[in-house]
Design a protein around this ligand. Structure first.
Ligand SMILES: [Zn+2]
Length: 1106
């Protein structure tokens, strides 16, 4: 009715009267009446009225006042209000009215309130800017005052919204308003001592935040000394928790404006060089090889981005969240597994030699069945020739005698320079080792004597070891290590008797193995942890609880580098890029670093401030990125000092270091004191985007990216200690060789064990292939036939060098398989195991995180592996093709991996049906028939292994994964149960280990449980077990669970094997700054936006809530 009256009224007083009534009506009754008014088209009528009233000259002030008051009331409730206002032309009416009545305090407030609603629409904001609204706001906004604070607040809201438009922001910068905003903020900070005007202070910061989204805004901010202003004000705000939103927004602005730094490196290419036999035609490796010498790849040549670039430069970390899952395979023809006989069988025949158990007649006398004492590693390069020309079982003694000569040959051939006995390891040990049980002892042992001197480096040729406890037994042949003897000169290195504690460890044997390992940097040192070995701690290691404000505190310390430049030392103390050697002589004031040993990774260490070090990781060889794995030694520390370490060139956008994961540390003093172990350590750990810019050469073309910092603080407990830090429990190639040699010793006459050399890697290291099963009970045909028909289980691990946990799981599997229990025996009787325990030895040896020496991710080469560049993949695939050809495709294929972003252990498999379901493509999917057997194994695991989580499993086939082992073995070899098993690097959030970080004990247990699950699978897949299986697999309810879960987007997972997932923490500096798309109507009210910012931009609070 009111509307009708309004539309028809021509008389000013009548109109006003109607408006008064309307105002009364809408004021009482809350939002419901306003909502009705809006739904009946009220705002449009008011806007029309506004337009016609503005045409009167002069317009009635009272009418304008009433109209704006009403509009301010109803506008925010109308989602289309912004568009309606623009289309009717009301924007300019309000702006002009304001311009003419700035001193008319009665009229200004409702006009501003309406303007605030207008400007929340991004298209309006641009148009209002053109009409001078930005300038207008700056006339109202100013220093501290006690008057008109409501007005000021509304003006600031409006200004904040207007400045989201980059054109408006530039206008504000050009007119010099940045210093004005800073001055005003500082003034309010000083005078608002009772914190009554938080909203105004927040509003000022919001405007600064939006202005600094553009480059000239950041420049103006720096020029106006903005860093110091915000740093100082923030520090003063820190003690008051309610001021956190101000501190957080300030921190956000400072991080954004922090001048971009150059990574302190001559090149981002690996410090190690390994020339490839041939360079692939395209891709990142080709790009590296085609890069002109002398090109500075650390920063972009076009570092000075133009404004135009910046306009489109929105941080796209959030893409991960936004993108639809378009990575799911939707091509049904690709989803139907099919055997691809890409190679003729004649070619595959050469692989016969790896399947001797299938042809063996076991009639040979003299040598125990299957006990071929051939250690392929010791045969060096010629091993494969041997295997093909000799029938090893008959020749083993001769060959064994050959090993020494061939090793020497091999070493000379490869020109490995092994340091001879140059130095003795000096050690004054006066406190005896706690004997064999030391590692498992109580928590409080007497402090380690601090007078010991541990020699670093520990040289391969220079180890004079005296093992306490007398255990460990014989050193392997050829060892030049000293034994306990009075004739030895000088003090001896007291080796903890880990050989007693650890059945598969033997320090002497380890050194032997190291000598046969070819590394690109030609390492001559051995890391103490790998040499001594380690036992799992006896105490629990809970996930680290994140202290409130850690990230903010760290960022503030980073900003202090700018504020207090006098504190900066910037002294390089370790640098692999120095030709004469990485260790830089020092006055003893700095810590010493070292990474020159197998699997080591640390490129550079810079002593930045008194107790702070910036660390730079090395890229994978023939690559310019993949910095994640680290393993290095630190010595020269002082006790009772908090040292801060920052790894400054991390690449992933988030890390489990933000969710309770700690780094691993090994103290040599502790080891000598009887506690050789890796422990989770480090305080104040966090991971965040830093100010070191990342060249687009390393990001695949994306500009304006930054690196991330992983920071931790360490307080050492021993003087003169040598400590090691690692991303995860190290597991070197030499360790594998040692373990295999020890495992071989565990054979009993019931075990069939064979160790072959599958092939050589690019650097000439052997890739071992194991065959394990039970010996046939007798050599008669009725025993041999079932023996040869046992289903094959094919396992592999460690294609990704940085995922050392995969090796620990594999160790658990191997130990179980070689065990003497009845279960182990049953398992061996059930299957023939083919195992490639390390698919990427070269990557492991050289401290790579992801790739092989070819600079490529080997788990993306399975579709078309090159025998030259990816030999281990090529030959492993061939083994599988061979098996498929002889109709013996494995029952289960599983590739062990580690996952850096998820907790627990879980599996990825392949299912057509689940892929089709997830993709929502409309196909005749109903008539897809699929055996649900692929779910059995993970389901069994979820019931028996505490670390395993069914909820994290996925059976979707993604396009980006089409060249992974899992998908290729499923699609091309036709293995229905083809899996990737991912173990967390961090810890568990369910099951028995909930809240704990994972350790080698749990990982090895997982490997054993995998074996037990296979035994259970055997029962379920036997003809009698089939019905149980159907019952056991409550697939419907499982699938319902899967459907209910939000599908993880999988497109931004280049560096991850598997779907990435989102965590709640906002780890980046500016992910909330994305401008809304101007074409999309923004319906957010400014208040909402502000609220949103306060909760989301604050990583600390977000995490805290969690
Ligand atoms: Zn992996």
């Amino acid at each position: 009715i009111v509307s009708v009256f309004l539309q028809n009224s021509r008389d000013l007083q009548t109109t006003l009267n109607i408006l008064y009534i309307l105002s009364e009506l809408l004021t009482v009754g809350g939002g419901r009446r306003v909502a009705v008014f809006v739904s009946k088209g009220g705002p449009a009528i008011l806007l029309k009225l506004l337009i016609s009233a503005s045409k009167e000259s002069p317009p009635s002030e009272e009418l304008m006042l009433q109209l704006h008051s009403l509009l301010a009331k109803v506008g925010p409730k109308d989602r289309k209000f912004g568009v309606k206002a623009r289309l009717t032309g009301a924007l300019n009416v309000t702006v002009n009215l304001l311009k003419q009545n700035l001193l008319n305090s009665k009229l200004v407030l409702p006009c501003l309130q309406v303007l605030r609603v207008y400007s929340s629409n991004s298209v309006n904001a641009i148009s209002l800017g053109k009409s001078g609204a930005v300038e207008l706001m700056f006339k109202i906004v100013g220093p501290h005052t006690k008057k008109n604070t409501t007005l000021l607040k509304v003006a600031l809201d409006t200004l904040g919204a207007l400045l989201k438009s980059k054109t408006n922001a530039r206008r504000a910068v050009d007119r010099g308003h940045v210093p004005l905003l800073l001055f005003a903020y500082q003034d309010w900070h000083r005078n608002d001592t009772r914190q009554r005007h938080m909203l105004i202070r927040k509003g000022l910061l919001a405007s600064l935040r939006n202005i600094t989204n553009i480059k000239c805004g950041r420049t103006a901010f720096i020029e106006a000394d903005g860093m110091r202003v915000l740093y100082n004000t923030s520090n003063e705000c820190l003690p008051v928790r309610t001021l956190d939103p101000l501190v957080n927004t300030s921190s956000l602005i400072m991080r954004k404006c922090f001048p971009k730094n150059r990574l302190p490196l001559p090149t981002i290419k690996s410090a190690f060089h390994y020339p490839l036999p041939h360079v692939p035609a395209g891709g990142p490796v080709a790009q590296i090889y085609s890069q002109m010498p002398g090109v500075d790849d650390v920063v972009d040549d076009s570092d000075e981005e133009t404004e135009a670039d910046m306009e489109n430069d929105t941080e796209n970390e959030e893409d991960e969240k936004d993108c639809r899952n378009d990575d799911i395979e939707t091509d049904l023809s690709k989803l139907r597994p099919r055997e691809i006989h890409s190679r003729p069988f004649e070619e595959l025949r050469v692989y016969d030699k790896f399947f001797l158990e299938l042809s063996e007649d076991f009639q040979v006398s003299g040598v125990p069945y299957g006990r071929t004492r051939v250690d392929p590693f010791k045969l060096g390069v010629d091993a494969s020739t041997f295997t093909s020309t000799f029938h090893l079982r008959h020749k083993f003694y001769n060959i064994y005698n050959l090993y020494l000569t061939s090793l020497v040959h091999y070493i000379e051939k490869k020109k490995i320079h092994l340091v001879r006995v140059l130095e003795r390891v000096a050690l004054e040990a006066d406190s005896p080792l706690n004997g064999g049980g030391g590692g498992g002892g109580g928590v409080d042992e007497p402090p380690v004597n601090s007078t010991r001197h541990i020699h670093s480096p520990l040289l391969v040729g220079g180890i004079a070891a005296a093992r306490r406890g007398g255990g460990g037994g014989s050193s392997a042949g050829g060892s030049d290590c000293g034994s306990e003897g009075p004739e030895e000169e000088g003090p001896l290195l007291e080796v903890p008797d880990t050989a007693l504690l650890l059945p598969l460890h033997d320090p002497d044997l380890y050194v032997e193995m190291v000598k046969g390992t070819a590394s690109v940097p030609r390492y001559s040192e051995v890391a103490y942890p790998d040499y001594f070995g380690h036992v799992a701690p006896t105490f629990r290691e809970p996930l680290l609880e994140r202290a409130y404000g850690v990230q903010r505190a760290k960022i503030f310390q980073d900003i202090e580098r700018l504020i207090h430049p006098n504190d900066i030392l910037d002294k390089v103390v370790y640098d692999l890029d120095i030709p004469s050697g990485p260790v830089i002589a020092d006055d003893g004031e700095s810590l010493k670093f070292n990474s020159q040993f197998e699997s080591g990774n640390l490129r550079k260490a810079i002593h930045v401030r008194q107790h702070e070090y910036d660390l730079v990781l090395n890229s994978d060889i023939n690559s310019n990125h993949y910095h994640q794995w680290f393993y290095f030694e630190v010595s020269g520390m002082r006790v009772g000092t908090d040292y801060r370490f920052n790894i400054i060139n991390c690449e992933k956008s988030n890390s489990q270091f933000n969710y309770g994961m700690q780094v691993l540390m090994y103290s040599v003093q502790e080891a000598i004191g009887g506690k050789p172990r890796w422990v989770r350590t480090g305080e104040d750990i966090c991971y965040y985007k830093n100010h070191f810019s990342r060249s687009s050469i390393a990001t695949g073309g994306q500009k304006g990216k930054s690196y991330y910092t992983m920071t931790f603080t360490m307080n050492f407990s021993h003087k003169d200690d040598v400590c090691y830090f690692a991303y995860h429990y190290p597991y070197t190639y030499s360790t594998l060789k040692m373990h295999l040699s020890k495992l071989e010793d565990l054979r009993s006459p019931q075990i069939y064990w064979r160790q072959d050399v599958l092939c050589e890697t690019l650097a000439g290291n052997s890739c071992p292939l194991l065959t394990i099963t039970a010996m046939p009970e007798a050599t008669t045909n009725d025993h041999l036939c079932p023996f040869k028909n046992r289903p094959v289980i094919f396992l592999s691990a460690r294609v990704h060098p940085g995922e050392t946990n995969a090796s620990w799981v594999m160790k658990g599997t191997l130990e179980f398989l070689m065990g003497s229990s009845q279960l182990a025996h049953s398992l061996r009787e059930a299957y023939i195991f083919k195992i490639v325990p390390m698919l990427n030895p070269d990557g492991v040896i050289n401290g790579n995180h992801r790739c092989s020496l070819s600079g490529e991710d080997l788990n993306r080469q399975w579709q078309n592996p090159s025998h030259e560049l990816h030999p281990t993949i090529y030959h492993t695939k061939s083994l599988l093709q061979y098996l498929a050809h002889i109709q013996r495709a494995p029952l289960v294929f599983c590739d062990y991996h580690g996952h850096s972003r998820k907790k627990n252990v879980f599996m990825y498999g392949c299912s057509v049906k689940e892929t089709v379901w997830q993709s929502n493509i409309s196909t005749s999917s109903c008539d897809l028939h699929e055996d649900l057997g692929y779910r059995t194994l993970p389901k069994i695991l979820s019931q028996m292994a505490s670390a395993f989580s069914m909820g994290s499993c996925s059976f979707v086939v993604e396009r980006s994964k089409e060249s992974t082992a899992r998908v290729v073995v499923w699609r091309e070899i036709g293995v229905q149960r083809s899996y990737t098993m991912e173990s967390t690097l961090c810890g568990c959030d369910q099951g028995k280990y909930k809240g704990l970080q994972i350790g080698t004990r749990e990982l090895e247990e997982m490997g054993a449980q995998f074996c037990l699950a296979l035994l259970r699978l055997k029962r379920l897949t036997s003809p009698l077990g089939l019905r149980t299986q159907q019952h056991f697999l409550d697939v419907e309810s499982d699938l319902m669970e899967t459907r209910a879960k939000v599908t993880s987007p999988t497109t931004y997972v280049m560096e991850e094997d598997e779907p990435s997932f989102q965590e709640e923490v906002d780890y980046s500096a500016d992910s909330n700054d994305d401008d809304p798309d101007p074409d999309v109507e923004a319906s957010n009210e400014p208040e909402d936006a502000a609220l949103h910012l306060d909760t989301l931009s604050d990583c600390e609070t977000a995490n805290h809530k969690k």
